[in-house]
Design a binder for this molecule. Structure first.
Ligand code: GDP
Ligand code: MG
Length: 755
């Protein structure tokens, strides 16, 4: 049989409107897809069909041909022969219209020649419902609409006519062509530059051969220009010529029923022409007029394949709703729609990489432990370049202006996220670096302390700071994102340096405190020794008269406080020197040093005061007084121990020695300098608090009478070593002790006599 498919199988009529979710298959679309049905509804599954046929990823590498012509002129039959499609054709018995609406199918003929370059790929064919079918009342309307649709999408319009219709100017075909020309002009009103030319390919059927092809061709061309001249052209296009918009090609086929072999032979030749690529028309071997290539670049509608379903639907929507079909606007709308869609598609992979990193960072921040993510830079760079490349590959085929804008939008969107990642990474690096720096300095100080405090604090800080800066730069370099304008860390580095400075200042303050403690300890031990020594001298009563054994200035009880004050100020002065040298070595500021010295003097005074209190504690001082007394009482001027004889003036010596020692008590009671018999100038010596003293600096300081005025304690009080009660008490106890010694001396004198 000549008919491949008597009718379109009824199952098919519904299947492409199957609910989404049903697994679409190639079998389901074996007859192609009904893009527009008899109710002028656009098929929502066009995209599925084009996916199945692998057209979607083809970019511009596809072609679209539509066939036009009266009903039952063998259009579907022709397409099936040329492209191996399976459009429904009328059975010879029924003679009923078969093709309804507009069908589309991919070329199914595979070339025997596997030369991909010379073969046009991805040919889509649209079989348009025949015109002049009187079965449908509103044919003129559908004819117009389908012509508009075909012109807006197709590169080639095959016009299928019987030979005997050629030259019948009044015939249905001419009405059809008039419609085609009119709607084509309508498309050009908006923008005559961007709309492609169309190839009108006349296929003359049942060519008997008596009229040569060239005659038929001329007749048709004359008819065409006649139609063109009668068209009322829109404003601005009055002088336009038919070949501004159309190219023409002609071909004749023998009678299919009467000359079946010749028919098949010719149709086979023709099929080659349709499947030939742009590249080399000569290769087809058809060197006559008919060898001109069918698919020229200028016919292409420049709708990327993945945008075709949306574009076609948009165009159809405008057409059915009788709106002005404005192709440039349609293409911009399509570009917006597709660019947004492509954005969403490419963002999926971006999210897969970036979202987990964002989550990890957020988690770290939530736990208060921002982490420096390993491999973040590489991931960001790859994600960014990949998404922009993918977007470009798919979206740059669309309207340039829209594409550029959408690309900027996408870049802005991803860069906002990448920048946030970048910033958080830098702030994590900052925090980690500052922590590391602080603990490294502390550790080095600790180990220096173990080795005897001879460490160089300034050096420790400098070298750890250099390490910290290098590490930060390394971390920052690692997250730089190529091509991103925000990808710079200079400001962050400056901030980091500032943070390190702050920590350094804090660490230096700690170090100052440690230094102060060490110096105070030294003062305590020195004063403990030297002040103890001065008090011990009280134990020798011959201080004033006895010749010194070691060349020292004779110790007199009278200038005890002068000596203590002198030894105290000398000691502190020397401590101040040590403190200043060391503090300067680690870049302490003059203000910090000043405060440190002021604190040192105050604390040292406290140390001295405590030492004095310890020395005058009842037991201690009583022992010294007793020694002092005994020295005077039991030794003669030359320091020789007395052997008491009853004739000795024990009582006189006792009284003299006792009175001499007793005079020490009021002397001890107040810290006074001999020359002025006034307290030492403690307030002046300590000085007032430096201007830069903070409340923290004052926190642990004990108040000093006469220095801290608002303490309500005078310098006199500060300098009181023994109060009157204590003094009285001491006197009584001392006398008792002296009395004991006296009684003992008396007894020994008598005993010496009796022995
Ligand atoms: P369509 O309505 O234009 O798509 O026409 P069909 O392809 O359905 O064919 C209509 C009828 O014409 C069928 O019965 C075919 O067998 C027949 N037919 C197909 N091609 C030719 C041809 O070249 N010459 C003649 N005389 N009949 C043909
Ligand atoms: Mg048909």
């Amino acid at each position: 049989s000549n008919t491949r498919h008597p009718t379109a199988p009824p199952t098919m009529m519904n299947s492409h409107f199957a609910p989404v979710g049903e697994n679409p298959s190639r079998e389901q679309y074996e007859h192609g897809i009904q893009v527009i049905d008899e109710d002028k509804e656009f098929n929502q599954h066009l995209s599925t069909y084009l996916s199945i046929e692998k057209i979607i990823p083809a970019g511009f590498n596809y072609h679209l041909i539509s066939v036009f012509g009266s009903q039952s002129t063998g259009k579907s039959t022709l397409l099936n022969y040329l492209f191996g499609t399976e459009f429904g054709v009328m059975s010879e018995q029924e003679r009923r219209q078969t093709t309804k609406g507009i069908w589309m199918s991919k070329n199914k003929r595979v070339s025997a020649v596997k030369d991909a370059n010379s073969m046009a790929e991805n040919i889509l064919v649209m079989d348009v419902e025949g015109t002049d079918g009187r079965e449908r009342g509103e044919d003129q309307d559908f004819e117009r609409k389908s012509a508009l649709f075909a012109l807006a999408t197709s590169e080639v319009l095959i016009v299928n006519i019987w030979e005997h219709q050629v030259g019948l100017y009044q015939g249905a075909n001419m009405g059809l062509l008039k419609t085609v020309f009119e709607v084509n002009l309508q498309l050009f009103i908006k923008d005559s530059k961007t709309i492609a030319k169309t190839l009108l390919f006349f296929v003359i059927r049942d060519h008997i051969g008596t009229t040569p092809m060239s005659n038929l061709r001329n007749t048709l061309l004359q008819d065409l220009s006649r139609i063109w001249s009668t068209l009322s052209k829109p404003k601005g296009l009055e002088n336009s010529r038919i070949d501004d918009y159309f190219d023409f090609a002609f071909c004749a086929l023998p009678h299919k029923i009467l000359q079946p072999e010749k028919f098949e032979e010719e149709v086979e030749k023709l099929s080659h022409r349709f499947r030939e690529g742009y590249n080399d028309p000569k290769k087809s071997g058809l060197l006559d007029e008919g060898s001109l290539p069918v698919f020229l670049p200028q016919y292409h509608r420049r709708i990327p394949a993945d945008g075709f379903p949306v574009y076609a639907e948009g165009v159809w929507d405008q057409i059915v709703n009788n709106k002005d079909l404005d192709l440039p606007t349609q293409q911009e709308l399509l570009a917006q729609f597709r660019c947004d869609e492509i954005s969403r598609e490419v963002l999926v992979a971006f999210d897969e990489t970036i979202t987990p990193l964002e989550d990890k960072q957020a988690e770290g921040v939530r736990l208060g432990q921002p982490t420096v993510l390993a491999g973040l830079g590489a991931a960001m760079n790859l994600a960014r370049s990949t998404i922009l490349k993918d977007f470009e590959t798919n979206a740059s085929r669309y309207h340039k202006g829209v594409y550029t804008r959408k690309r900027a939008e996408l870049e802005h969107k991803i860069d906002a996220r990448l920048k946030a990642l970048f910033q958080k990474q830098l702030s994590a690096a900052n925090k980690a670096g500052v922590d590391q720096f602080s603990s490294a300095v502390s550790a080095a100080v600790k180990s220096g302390q173990k080795k005897g405090n001879n460490y160089d604090f300034a050096h420790i800080v400098d070298s750890e700071k250099a390490k910290a800066l290098a590490k930060f730069e390394e971390d920052a370099q690692a997250v730089l994102v190529e091509g991103a304008s925000w990808s710079t860390y200079q400001a962050d580095l400056t901030l980091y340096k500032k943070d390190l400075e702050e920590v350094s200042a804090r660490l230096r303050k700690d170090e100052m405190r440690r230094l102060a403690t060490r110096v105070e300890r030294w003062v305590r031990s020195r004063l403990g020794e030297s002040v103890g020594l001065e008090f011990n001298k009280l134990g020798t009563g011959r201080g004033g008269s006895g010749a010194p054994e070691n060349g020292d200035r004779p110790a007199t009880e009278k200038d005890l406080w002068d000596r203590i004050w002198a030894v105290f100020t000398e000691t502190v002065e020397s401590a101040e020197g040590r403190f200043t040298d060391r503090a300067r070595s680690f870049d302490a500021s003059p203000e910090e040093v000043e405060v440190g010295l002021w604190r040192l003097r105050r604390k040292s005074w406290g140390v001295l005061r405590a030492k004095i209190d310890e020395e005058v504690m009842e037991g201690n001082i009583l022992l010294k007084l007793r020694e002092n007394f005994e020295d005077k009482f039991r030794y003669d001027e030359s320091g020789v121990p007395r052997i008491w004889r009853p004739t000795d003036d024990i009582e006189g010596l006792y009284t003299k020695a006792r009175e001499s020692t007793v005079t020490i008590i009021p002397l001890l009671a107040r810290f006074r300098l001999a020359a002025t018999s006034a307290p030492p100038p403690l307030d002046a010596w300590i000085g007032s608090a430096p201007a830069s003293t903070s409340s923290a600096d004052e926190e642990d300081l004990a108040p000093i009478g006469g220095v801290d005025e608002d303490e309500g304690k005078s310098l006199e009080e500060e300098m009181t070593v023994l109060n009157d009660t204590k003094m009285q008490d001491l006197l009584v106890r001392f006398k008792k002790t002296a009395d004991g010694v006296y009684v003992e001396a008396k007894r020994s004198a008598i005993g010496g006599m009796t022995q």
